[in-house]
Design a binder for this molecule. Structure first.
Ligand code: AMP
Ligand code: MG
Length: 445
């Protein structure tokens, strides 16, 4: 049985060879995608020097002597608003332009490229609230600093500077920057296609009104269809295989020879020691390369990782209990999806363990947890009800806590690794306490 670290290393190594290629997408479809090539700024933002305030563009040197007792008097030559083409400032001494936020600064006489410091350049803006008017004259009662309230050309983004690196995920702030720079299309990693099979003759559709005796609802099929897209995948849900190895063999063959070969195949159930746990045998018959079967973890120990033949998709067989499937997804499939997309491995957040927690010695445990902030420090507790069939504690959890292999108890106050439930990072307010109480007999963690 291999350790989680060894398992992860193998997964990352294999996934990096199976990247799904790239595609161009429009900016409005880019959120959530991973950038395939790095980008540099194609232009300056702001594109021209402009005013940060509603006020008056002045020549700072002309205000040097201004004071409330001896205000400087300037003649207002006109008004410029956002959207106006830049006006030529003229050569009139002791003058100012009324200027609105976002309007281009009046240009120096001659050309727009005349260097700053040229005495006739309007180089500062004073806020309207700080001025007085007397007829056509503007009164200024303090020196205005050169550059005051002026947004420089390229002050936010400078043309040619590095902007975003390959492997970074595009979110709303990236869209804001890209739109500011006029980038309307970009090269992203194609979404990895994930084919999902559920196994188990006991599985009834969640929409079935009444369960026949011995049947349970298929909960992880809908769960995986909901969760995988959050981590960048395109899901192809292939339905339930009712513990029929022959059918699984045929369906896998069809999938591999079909037009939409996935990058990853995920099955739930049928990887343990039961008489119906047929997944390993079918994979062997198919000629798959099995990298590992069983990892020293809880829950989800019988997890299997393979590569299907023909330079094939990655294959994950996760055990059928819902929380084993969730841990398989979060700690095995998600790292693979990130690597397939060229994203760096995720780093845990550290938090203090609130109370001592028992665990099986020698296994790395991924436990349903609740993270809270107390006096500026993150505190985490493993929730009651860690058995792998128990879904209800997930409704009160807002994180996964990870306990490393050695020891049968993790002392309260230890620093432990915490992972967010989803891809959005640690959010301690995302999942409020609900009415659910764990009915925990204290058995089978
Ligand atoms: P298995 O890994 O196939 O031995 O299944 C382990 C446990 O998970 C059994 O109690 C199954 O009934 C249950 N199980 C398997 N698949 C699902 C599923 N899709 N949804 C909910 N429970 C499942
Ligand atoms: Mg089964």
């Amino acid at each position: 049985m291999i350790s989680y670290s060894e398992a992860l290393e193998r997964i990352l190594e294999r996934a990096s060879e199976h990247g799904p290629g790239r595609e161009r997408v429009a900016l409005d479809a880019a959120s959530g995608r991973v950038l395939a090539v790095g980008l540099a700024c194609p232009e300056n933002v702001p594109p021209f020097e402009n005013s940060a305030m509603d006020g008056f563009a002045v020549r700072s040197f002309e205000t040097r002597e201004a004071s409330p007792e001896r205000p400087v008097r300037l003649r207002v030559l006109g008004t410029v608003s956002a959207g106006d083409p830049p006006v030529s400032g003229g050569r009139v001494p002791a003058s100012a332009w009324e200027i609105m936020t976002g309007a281009a600064m009046p240009l120096s006489p001659g050309s727009s490229d005349e260097p700053r410091g040229e005495p006739l350049t309007y180089d500062a803006v004073i806020k309207v609230e700080e001025t007085r008017r007397e007829g056509t004259e503007l009164l200024i009662e303090r020196p205005v600093r050169a550059g005051e309230n002026v947004r420089g050309r390229g002050e936010d983004f400078r043309s040619g500077d590095p902007l975003l690196s390959a492997g970074g995920r595009i979110g709303p702030y990236q869209v804001l920057a890209l739109a500011s720079l006029g980038i309307s299309e970009l090269e992203v990693v194609r979404r990895p296609r994930v084919a999902v099979f559920s196994t188990g003759r006991e599985l009834a559709s969640p929409s079935r009104l009444k369960l026949a005796p011995g049947m349970i609802r298929n909960s992880t099929g809908p769960y995986l269809q909901a969760a995988l897209p959050l981590f960048g995948a395109e899901v192809d849900y292939r339905g339930v295989i009712a513990d029929d190895p022959e059918r699984f063999f045929v369906e896998l063959q069809a999938l591999l020879s079909g037009p939409d070969r996935p990058e990853l195949v995920l099955t739930t159930g049928a990887v343990s020691m039961g008489v119906h746990d047929f997944v390993p045998a079918v994979l062997e018959r198919l000629g798959a390369r099995i990298h590992f079967h069983k990892v020293a973890i809880r829950p989800g120990k019988p997890l299997l990782f393979a590569e299907l033949p023909g330079g094939g998709p990655l294959f994950f067989g996760v055990p059928g209990n819902p929380v084993s499937s969730a841990v398989g997804l979060r700690f095995f499939v998600v790292p693979a999806l990130r690597a397939l997309q060229g994203e760096a491995p995720e780093k845990p957040t550290l938090a203090r363990l609130e109370a001592s927690s028992r665990k099986p010695d020698g296994l790395r445990c991924f436990y349903k947890a609740r993270l809270a902030e107390a006096e500026g420090r993150l505190q985490v507790s493993a929730l009651p009800g860690q058995a792998s069939f128990k879904v209800s504690p997930l409704l009160r959890s807002n994180a996964w806590v990870v306990f490393e292999e050695p020891g049968a108890e993790v002392p309260g106050g230890s620093l432990v690794s915490v992972f967010p439930l989803g891809p959005e990072g640690i959010g301690i307010l995302d999942n409020p306490e609900t009415a659910f109480q764990a009915h925990d007999k204290g058995c089978c963690t």
